[in-house]
Design a protein around this ligand. Structure first.
Ligand code: ZN
Length: 98
């Protein structure tokens, strides 16, 4: 029984024109070499092994980013409380100073 796939990976893929590359997120642990897949933002993408330059030049898809963030914050988080702050009241503690 599959639960919702939480893991995702990023891969630069060319757009249909082939001129513009974008880094989309895909479901799964890592790219397994498949020739095409649908990105998190719902775009069917032709996939190919990206070069280092592709990684460098391809901007991250904002839609994928938004969706992943929404997923993370939308489902009742079991790990992080809403007010996760590591602030430490460090002001005026009389302790130690006399
Ligand atoms: Zn995308």
């Amino acid at each position: 029984m599959d639960t919702v796939e939480r893991q995702h990976y990023w891969l630069p893929v060319p757009s249909r024109t082939g001129f513009q590359w974008h880094r989309h997120a895909f479901r799964g642990k890592h790219w397994d070499g498949r020739p095409a897949d649908t990105s998190v933002c719902g775009k069917p993408c032709a996939m190919a092994k990206p070069s280092e330059l592709d990684w460098f030049q391809a901007p991250t898809c904002p839609d994928c980013t938004e969706l992943l963030i929404t997923e993370q914050s939308g489902t009742g988080s079991a790990e992080q409380p809403d007010t996760a702050s590591t602030e430490q009241p460090d002001t005026g503690s009389p302790e130690g100073e006399r």
